[in-house]
Design a protein around this ligand. Structure first.
Ligand SMILES: [Cu+2]
Length: 136
């Protein structure tokens, strides 16, 4: 027969451990929800100091214009507006903004090519940046 005091202690320790696991589980859930859709690549800092050669308006729920063309080493700036949060996420992860309802995000494109992107919460929001080679 187990003395009452010992049984109580081991019971409460078990409750403490499972309570801790619950908190850890909750934390993981919250942080997942915080960084929105699973699989969003890591944020790429905005090149705020760069002057934009093209600007795109990101609003509910489209990019306007959806296609822009620039020359290598030029920048595109996205201006966010509207009540819903949007971001810009390059398919190749080369530019990734935070979700935002206002403000802007700027990215300098150094390599020629085609850069499709979308909004991580609105898959119907898509756009593309075409970067021409700089003429020598
Ligand atoms: Cu969006």
């Amino acid at each position: 027969m187990i003395p009452e005091a010992v049984r109580t202690r081991s019971l409460s320790r078990r409750r403490l451990i499972s309570g801790f696991a619950g908190i850890v589980g909750l934390g993981a859930t919250v942080s997942l929800a915080g960084c929105a859709p699973a699989g969003k690549p890591e944020l790429v800092p905005s090149d705020d100091e760069a002057q934009a050669a093209a600007t795109v308006r990101a609003f509910d729920n489209a990019y306007d214009p959806p296609e822009v063309e620039i020359t290598a080493n030029q920048a595109v700036r996205w201006d966010f507006s509207g009540p819903a949060e949007h971001d810009v996420v390059a398919d190749d992860g080369s530019f990734v903004s935070a979700l935002q309802t206002e403000g802007s995000y700027t990215h300098v494109f150094t390599e020629p090519g085609e850069y499709p992107y979308d909004c991580s919460v609105h898959p119907e929001m898509t756009g593309v940046v075409r970067v021409r080679a700089a003429t020598p």
